[in-house]
Design a protein around this ligand. Sequence first.
Ligand SMILES: Cc1ncc(C[n+]2csc(CCOP(=O)(O)OP(=O)(O)O)c2C)c(N)n1
Ligand SMILES: [Mg+2]
Length: 562
Amino acid sequence: MAKAHKKKPSAPATPKTAMTAAQAAVEAMLAHGIDTVYALPGVQNDFLFEALFAAQAKAPGRLRVLHSRHEQGAAYMALGAALATGRPQAFAVVPGPGLLNAGAALLTAYSMNAPVLALVGEIPEADIGRHLGHLHEIRDQAGILARLVDYSARIRKPEQAPRLVAQAMRAMAFGRPGPAALQCAIDVWGKSGAVTMPPPQPARPPRLDETALRKAARLLGAAQSPMIVCGGGAQDASEEVTALAEMLQAPVLGYRRGRGVLSSRNPMSVTLPLAHELWPRTDVVLGIGTRMLMQFRQWGIDKGLKIVRIDADPQEPGRLHKPAAALIGDAGPILGRLLELVPAHNRARPSRKAEMEGRQAALRRLLEASIAPQLGWLAAIRDELPDDGIFVDEVTQVGFAARIAMPVYRPRTFLSPGYQDPLGWGYATALGAQDARRDLPVVSISGDGGFMFTATEMATAIRHRIPLTAIVFNDGAFGNVRRIQQERFGNRLIASDLANPDFMRFAESFGAAAERARTPDELRGALRRALARRDGPSLIEVPVGPFPSPWPYIFLPRVRGG
Ligand SMILES: Cc1ncc(C[n+]2csc(CCOP(=O)(O)OP(=O)(O)O)c2C)c(N)n1
Ligand SMILES: [Mg+2]
């Protein structure tokens, strides 16, 4: 966790003003650039909502509050907004059931290192920990939160609120980024005190380690066959990654969180199958903001592979295999310095363009021969979604294929939920992304199983006029589970068939536009109409049968290290 800096603030703190804890927290969040709160109200947070109302009343457009229909909706929306913008976002929920309902989204935000601030109510301050059975009481809420996020605190007095908000903001941005939580008791939110508002502290990035940088530059420059692996931590370093890939003639792997860092139009941009093909002869790998779990655990390593890591978290690079060089901090400035240092060490590198184009074409032929149905739907989506449009996948058949086969052209345009892969993330996260980026079209895909987890948030989309387009692939099943039962458990099908609503009538009953698309061409037309509609949500149901398995391209075998 980041420590408070002793450095003098750049602007003076405001004079003392009488404010409630809630007003102080809201003003402090606004001062730190949080101008939207995704929320579901309740009595413990009444004074918080009163403060949100007052903040809105001060000036139109200053603060937006978007209420959802279930706390997981509010929390996933904050996550989607954070992922789409790269900026911190907030959600507010009642304690106990409210917090637990938001739990899967908070867990996902943690796994994705996403800056999401949870504002969580509490029972009366004096009774916390006394087990008296107050409304929404839960044992050791602070302890539960401390397991879910790296920074959590309780506001006990109005005077503390600005400092705790500032600490939460700092914790979300520095070291390993990720969510933070602030609790406040029902009676404390409304208490008044004399509050000073310290100005936000300027960001102080960690100093670059020149020794490690020089070592990394030597290793990369000397590499015969380098590879760059991007994770979510590379999303804001697209220009630098593109330049380094060119300098090193190195393929750049993005699987899920790293997609779009290097445009798929560049033949050096690869997903799992081609990276796996090149893995055995890779002599130096540069991991940028990625855990590299799949490469190290599944593909294997040996002494012939030197590892260079760039990571915001000093603990991360050494977790599985000690790297030859670990560069700690934001990827952008570190790569910027590497771009200055590598040329002095770099070997002469003939262009690999033709070679990589050949490999891309061969993979394409292989995929066309094995997962053509998924590719057909994805081609329709890609054709209609502009380069800067945002695609949100989910753990569904077409999603698995998208992770390896859908072209992605820009950073932050392919949102995929990292290692939690929770059903229900898709629709609600996409709503948040679409709300935060109303200037761009957003398309979410879900299966009939996953969509129904958060489908009731369509009411939120209507209420707040969020123009999200959702595609639901309806196979009447938890299809992925069913295929595993068919293939690996002798077709003993259990708990994998689904009874569904009529999705078109379901959407229309909310007031959303709905279409059914039976072919990729029909999907193209439906998408064109949906994306043109900017005043509310659209749903496209795509009836599908079983899909061929994508797993041979995702669970790839060990090719190094025995
Ligand atoms: C929260 C959560 N619960 C359970 C699972 C396990 N799971 C993974 S895929 C899947 C089936 C998904 O069905 P559907 O959304 O219809 O997609 P399909 O495989 O049919 O395309 C299930 C139950 C999960 N990933 N997340
Ligand atoms: Mg399904």
